[in-house]
Write a protein that binds this ligand. Structure first.
Ligand SMILES: *Cc1c(COP(=O)(O)O)cnc(C)c1O
Length: 388
């Protein structure tokens, strides 16, 4: 296992590994199949659905970053979650998932449970009695997503893992929002880490991908078997691109976070801004746990727009450097109105229960110059203020 820091692992893994031409950057292998060296002699790679050098290198980089023993790269984050559930759940098994998990994860588990593939219970994992009640039903798997989307609620990973392991449940943490640069769930007791690599891991909003990382070699073998069986694995080109994006993870996360800090202090002093949601704020309910289990607070934040709904729309339209779009974690800054975009499928009652109001806006702070970003917010707030 590598003793290097995340930035070094991300940059160096696989560099100078080409033995044929000594290419510094590992070459891309697009071939779907590989020759057998001799009759009956199975090579390391034989067919790309089951294995490929570029996918293998991305897997190695990611499991070393998360201090795991193995990984399976999938064609998207959703298929990583699906692979994990398929590998470990039968019709009588229960999975416990967060009530405010990523919308696609909610749809996946809910729909498959309705088909009878397994049972699912969605609970507020920051509510100790709700969690204890759910674990009393002896789930096989527990999914944790911390910080959550869009209100960045925080769950105590170590405490939850201890409780889950007491009833023999296996725990996966969806670490998409923080990446191993800011949070290492396996070191806090989790059995698996899942990422939508579409977000910060690739970081350039040009590849859809996912990964399941395991704490044990045995689980990695089981997941690799299932990944090949159901055809969930990622393509060589996507793996090549994702590793290229991943190389700069350490530097990107540092700037994402520095800029978020400046944007937060700007927003805190603005009359058009109500409640701000970010784990770095002392008044945030998850602040103490975040300090304990995270080494950074991340660059996803949301806030209540303190003005009319018409002014909110004017504000969003007036922004020039924040694109109105879903997704997150790319170099470009984004703004999202969860109630009409990422979370629109939830319906009004579920939105209210999850605390997602019509006034809520979510920012994914990108890597543009932060003074330019703040000036852009300022001019858009001014345009909105004039719009009475
Ligand atoms: C985007 C996302 C997913 C789903 O990943 P895809 O790559 O879009 O399939 C899962 N979990 C979280 C937290 C996400 O942000």
């Amino acid at each position: 296992m590598s003793t290097h820091k995340p930035a070094t692992i991300a940059v160096r893994t696989g560099i100078e590994s080409d033995t044929q031409h000594h290419a510094v950057v590992p070459p891309i292998y697009l071939s779907t199949n590989y020759g057998f060296p001799a009759f009956g002699e199975v090579p390391k790679y034989d067919y790309t659905r089951s294995g490929n050098p570029n996918r293998g290198l991305l897997e190695q980089t990611l499991f070393e970053l998360e201090s795991g023993k193995g990984a399976v790269i999938t064609n998207c984050g959703t298929s990583a979650l699906n692979l994990w559930a398929t590998a470990f759940l039968g019709p009588d098994d229960l999975i416990v998932a967060p009530h405010d998990c990523y919308g696609g994860s909610y749809r996946l588990f809910n729909t498959r449970a309705q088909k009878g593939d397994f049972k699912v219970l969605f609970v507020d994992q920051s509510d100790p009695s709700a969690l204890t009640e759910a674990l009393a039903q002896k789930p096989k798997l527990v999914l944790v997503e911390t910080p959550s989307n869009p209100l960045v609620r925080v769950v105590d990973i170590a405490a939850l893992c201890e409780q889950a392991h007491a009833v023999d449940a296996l725990v996966a943490v969806d670490n998409t929002f923080l990446t191993p640069v800011f949070q290492k769930p396996l070191e806090l007791g989790a059995d698996f880490v899942i990422h939508s690599t579409t977000k910060y891991i690739n970081g350039h909003s040009d590849v859809i991908g996912g990964v399941v990382i395991t704490k044990t070699e045995q689980h990695a073998e089981e997941l690799a078997w299932w990944g090949n069986c159901i055809g969930a694995t990622g393509t060589p080109f996507d793996s090549y691109m994702t590793l290229r994006g991943l190389r700069t993870l350490g530097a990107r996360m540092r700037v994402h976070e520095e800029s978020s800090r400046e944007i937060l202090s700007y927003l805190q002093n603005h009359q058009s801004v109500g409640t701000i949601y970010h784990p770095s704020l002392p008044e945030h309910p998850g602040h103490a746990i975040a300090l304990k289990q995270q080494s950074g607070f991340g660059s996803m934040l949301s806030f209540e727009f303190a003005g009319s709904f018409e002014q909110l729309k004017t504000f969003v339209s007036a922004l020039k450097l924040f694109s109105l779009a879903e997704s997150l974690g790319g170099v470009e800054s984004l703004i999202c109105h969860p109630a009409s975009m990422t979370h629109r499928a939830m319906g009004e009652a579920a939105l209210a229960e999850a605390g997602v109001s019509q006034q809520l806006l979510r920012l994914s702070v990108g890597l543009e110059d932060v003074q330019d970003l703040i000036s852009d917010l300022e001019q858009a707030f001014n345009v909105a203020a004039e719009d009475n």
